[in-house]
Design a protein around this ligand. Sequence first.
Ligand code: PGA
Length: 251
Amino acid sequence: MRKKIVAGNWKMNTTVPEGVELAKAVVAKSAEVPADVTLIVATPFTHLCPVAAVVEGTRVALSAENCADKEKGAYTGEVSAAMLASAGCKYTILGHSERRQYYGETDEKLVEKTRLALANGLDVILCVGENLDEREAGRHFDVCEAQIKNVLFNFSAEELKHIVIAYEPVWAIGTGKTATAAQAEEIHAFIRKTVAGKFGAEAAEEVSILYGGSCKPSNAKELFAEKDIDGGLIGGAALKADDFIGIAVSF
Ligand code: PGA
């Protein structure tokens, strides 16, 4: 049985005290969520240690939003996978479209980042997704397939067990414009088929594929009801504990 996951991606939001309060509120409400749902909060680097102290011993797992593509050394401003693990992270998000778009994150760099994250015991939430032009040109399948092949196909079936895929159509992120459940399911099923082509049907069945892009309590139920949608990567709605938990109870 593959995991159901709801992960909050806080992005560059909240001060440290605000983030600690948000994490406390998520922990306080987490009992409302069915026990088989994995809850994750992905916070800015500055928040990891204090939030780790809040979530320790609870069912909420900690994630980073990114990690370095180098192991250690003279890379001013970077944060390594080993540092994240030592700060209490169980996961890191990698390849978010905002990193690809604004910070030149390439598939080659993502292979290195994923390799280092896995080597340091982190599970990876690997993001893929097309932008509006690509969707309108009917290229969304090709774009997602290339992103999956260029990164995921460099890893083994054993490593795949530590990777979660997040499909996030760029045109739906922070825009209030959600993919319909049918649009999302179409791509999720395609991604699973792509994974199966390399790793086999059984391994592909075990991979959790999350939807991200303006997911909220009012649309989560419809999305999560789809057979290949195993949860959500939540941006804006993760900044309010009520909304985040409101999504997590939608399975
Ligand atoms: P959003 O962001 O929920 O605010 O659209 C999702 C994401 O970028 O992970």
